[in-house]
Design a protein around this ligand. Structure first.
Ligand code: PMP
Length: 305
């Protein structure tokens, strides 16, 4: 079935959803984006995603010509047009059309695109039994060069690490910061469990502040699991009792080996199991109510009914 894409205020069939070759989003990766998830007709943590998008835009001096309120409505209109209740939503804001040089000053109007599609996650088998990952030799770009907090259209740094994962025959690669501390995977945040404590790299490690990461930390605290955000090394990963990744698409996915070192006993550990199922339930039910998704409620997003 043909999909409908929201492009600069218009809903168009996907065949007509074409971008100019002069758009600096294409020419230079000059733009920002978000990946959101819709569960049971409601967008999960929409306010958080919009806040991150607008902060990313602000950081690169890109003024989005739409209020967060109107952006929420545009997302709702896209979901309605595609008759979706459970989907993955990609929201992009590019610098727009300009001259061939890199100067963003030649781009007068940012372009906005909203694509909604079905979700591609890891296999059932992976959620049950975990997966192997590697650490990449490609370092995460230094926060002083370009903050990883900016979810920009420049994913080449991550793509270089993703090649390493592909070459190693595993789905993900962990990237280290220039100091050698663990940052995150190419499209997911990382957690380990050690002696009953849940540990994840801190903001200062130079990571994208994942929204799933934040929810998992909240759920862990609510479950009485002690949490700590700190610098972690490869040693910490190799000797962890448990390990898992988090992301909007992946949710919570267990890792059972890193660089050929078995994590714990090689089976998905109890805290990972608990958080995987708690998150799964929370995202689809309790956490996905008006109280937790204020903008979604205000915007009267489709309820799926
Ligand atoms: N790190 C990177 C580099 C990512 O691209 C993503 C996916 N957006 C994440 C972490 C996870 O973030 P979130 O939970 O907000 O999807």
């Amino acid at each position: 079935m043909s999909k409908t894409v929201w492009m600069d205020g218009r809903l168009v069939p996907m065949e007509q959803a074409a971008v100019s070759v002069f758009d600096h989003g294409l020419l230079y990766g000059d733009g920002v984006f978000e990946g959101l998830r819709q569960y049971n007709g409601r967008v999960f943590r929409m306010a958080d995603h919009l806040k991150r998008l607008y902060n990313s835009a602000k950081a690169i001096r890109l003024e989005i010509p739409l209020s967060q309120h109107d952006m929420g409505e545009a997302v709702a209109a896209t979901l309605q047009a595609n008759k979706l209740t459970d989907s993955y939503i990609r929201l992009l804001v590019t610098r727009g059309i300009g001259a061939l040089g890199i100067s963003p000053a030649t781009c007068s109007k940012p372009s906005i695109f909203i694509i909604a599609d079905s979700i591609k996650m890891y296999s059932e088998e992976t959620y049950r039994n975990g997966m192997a990952i590697i650490t990449a030799s490609t370092p995460r770009i230094a926060a002083a060069a370009l903050s990883p907090k900016i979810k920009s259209l420049n994913y080449l740094n991550n793509i270089m690490a993703k090649w390493e994962a592909i070459d190693a025959g595993v789905p993900e690669a962990v990237m280290l910061n220039p100091m050698g501390f663990i940052c995150e995977c190419t499209a997911d945040n990382i957690f380990i469990v050690r002696d009953g404590h849940l540990l994840t790299p801190a903001e200062e490690s130079g990571i994208l502040l994942g929204i799933t990461r934040e929810v998992v930390l909240e759920l862990a605290v609510a479950a009485g699991i002690p949490t700590r955000q700190s610098n972690l090394t490869r040693y910490d990963l190799y000797t962890a009792d448990e390990c898992f990744l988090t992301g909007t698409g992946a949710e919570v996915v267990p890792v059972t080996s890193v660089d050929k070192r078995m994590i714990g006993d090689g089976k998905v550990g109890p805290i990972t199991r608990q958080l995987t199922s708690t998150f799964h339930h929370y995202a689809r039910n309790i956490g996905n109510t008006a109280a937790h998704s204020a903008i979604a409620a205000r915007e009267k997003l489709p309820t799926g009914g």
